[in-house]
Design a protein around this ligand. Structure first.
Ligand code: FAD
Ligand code: 2HG
Ligand code: ZN
Length: 479
């Protein structure tokens, strides 16, 4: 779907000319300037293959100064720009809508420093998340964020989406873990907020503004992050619950009994599990279970025999209580990664990646008690028109509602059963229409379901102050 079919190009933005290209070439050199059609095709297309822009130029700056020069010139010429990291975002925020210039941070991938006493890592924004995690693992530490896209996403992209991921329940959000940022503003000002202090109450904590700003307020160029120790003992249980009420009670019990070691509490419904098993070749971890809900519970601690015993006892107790009807604990690392893969593999199998078709994604925060009601209501609304599957970070109240349909067709009857209903229902239950993926282009129109008019107005004022020409990621977030 060309995103441009939904909005009109802002004609105040300049169209690139030869002089502009020459100027950019002078800033980034020939290796930082891409006009090759194939490379542009990839950079113009989002991970979902749903949104597609038509940028004619991709820039790969190699330093913060180069980013500053690019933005300063772009502001003066009113050239619109899309900051891009690993291009794994799921809301169409990382690709142009029209002909915006793509500024990809991938070439800025140096680790600047790591302090083993404090656990503070400072690096450039283009570092790949998995690379950082491996670097830290060698030193006995880990990155406090983990997600399925870690092999491609960049820390600058993670910060800009305020990614949540699989272990937020244990390590908290990036708003807490990011200690400092360097950000380039649209006029080329390099804002040095690269503090590496745990505590710093000198005035407003401005870096927080850029965490989750999705490239609309500035370009993140450097990041300081607090990293925890990598603990040696990881145990994972895969458990079956008959009903959603039991899943909720399980969360309470897991917090009570596994509190200090609990590192993930994920759920996947039988519709999602069936789809994963059908397409992935994985075996059902609980071959005899025919339940509707499955939980993946992970513990991470420092003492394997103690932690394993704890999880064993916990599973025993909840089985006896009848909160779960079947369960197994991974016996080795292969089984651990298989269980995790089942939680994540659905993703790779679903259309449009695996099969022909489309998947409509909704990433919602909903009070836990109401969360699954929406899934059931939608299933009923849609009848056989599309397949509704659900999974997500139940411990964080984050539902990933995925609707698999024949194709992307926002004029089809099934689509009218989904939107705006999903957003209205979420708002009516005091939820958020974007828990962790952001608004990007896909949900820019939906911001008002989760934010008051006064809040959105203040956001607009801040955007106008920081980016008066509106060149940074236009048509996104508060379009
Ligand atoms: P991109 O996709 O390139 O960009 C995302 C947004 O950030 C865009 O608006 C872009 O303009 C902006 N941006 C990128 N870099 C910068 C920068 N340096 N400065 C300013 N703005 C910038 N998200 C979760 O929260 N939890 C998950 O569990 C999760 N799992 C995922 C699993 C898979 C398989 C995939 C494909 C995605 C998943 N995501 C998840 C989505 C998530 O948003 C991204 O994977 C990741 O955080 C984006 O990083 P990126 O480098 O790819 O950014
Ligand atoms: C996950 O938790 C990701 O696996 C992706 O956030 C979820 O796209 C989705 O629905
Ligand atoms: Zn997620």
């Amino acid at each position: 779907v060309p995103a441009s079919s939904k909005v009109v190009r802002d004609e105040r933005f300049a169209t690139l000319d030869d002089q502009d290209i020459k100027h950019f070439s002078g800033i980034v050199g020939s290796k930082g300037l891409v006009v090759d059609k194939d490379e542009l095709e990839v950079a113009n297309t989002d991970w979902m293959r749903k949104f597609k822009g038509s940028a004619q130029l991709l820039l790969r700056p190699q330093s913060s100064n180069q980013v500053a020069e690019i933005l300063k010139y772009s502001s003066s010429r009113r050239i619109a720009v899309v900051p891009q990291g690993g291009n794994t975002g799921l809301v169409g925020g990382s690709v142009p809508v029209f002909d915006e210039v793509i500024v990809n941070l991938g070439a800025m991938n140096s680790i600047i420093s790591f302090d083993e006493v404090s656990g503070i890592l400072i690096c450039e924004a283009g570092c790949i998340l998995e690379t950082l995690d491996k670097f830290l693992a060698d030193k006995g530490f880990m990155f406090p964020l983990d997600l399925g896209a870690k092999g491609s996403c960049q820390i600058g992209g993670n910060v800009s989406t305020n990614a949540g991921g699989l272990r937020l329940i244990r390590y908290g959000s990036l708003h807490g873990n990011i200690l400092g940022l360097e950000v380039v503003l649209s006029d080329g000002t390099i804002l040095d907020m690269l503090s590496s202090l745990r505590k710093d109450n000198t005035g407003y904590d401005l870096k927080q503004l850029f965490i989750g700003a999705e490239g609309t307020l500035g370009v993140v160029t450097k990041v300081a992050v607090l990293t925890p120790q990598k603990l040696p003992s990881v145990n994972v249980g895969f458990l079956a619950c008959t009903d959603y009420t039991s899943c909720q009670k399980m969360l309470l019990e897991a917090r009570k009994h596994l509190g200090e070691v609990l590192s993930a509490f994920e759920f996947i419904d039988s519709f999602a599990l069936d789809m994963v098993l059908k397409h992935s070749g994985h075996r059902h971890p609980l071959p005899d279970a025919k339940e509707k809900f499955y939980l993946l519970i992970e513990t991470t601690g420092s003492n394997q025999s103690h932690d394993k015993e704890k999880l064993d006892n916990f599973v025993e107790t909840v089985l006896t209580q009848g909160l779960v009807v079947d369960g197994t604990i991974a016996q080795d690392n292969t089984q651990i990664s298989n269980f995790w893969h089942i939680r994540e593999a659905w993703f790779l199998q679903l259309p449009p990646l695996g099969k022909a078709g489309a998947v409509y994604k909704y990433d919602l925060s909903i009070p836990i008690k109401d969360l699954y009601n929406l899934v059931e209501i939608l299933r009923e609304r849609l009848g056989g028109l599309a397949t509704v599957v659900a999974y997500g970070h139940l411990g964080d109240g984050n539902l990933h509602l995925n609707i698999s349909a024949p194709d992307y067709d926002e004029k089809a009857s099934f689509f009218f059963q989904i939107e705006p209903f999903v957003y209205e229902w979420t708002a009516a239950h005091k939820g958020s229409v974007s828990a962790e993926h952001g608004l990007g282009f896909m949900k820019a129109h939906a911001i008002h379901y989760s934010r008051s008019p006064e809040t959105v107005e203040l956001m607009r004022k801040m955007k106008a102050m920081l980016d008066p020409n509106g060149i940074l990621n236009p048509y996104k977030v508060i379009a």
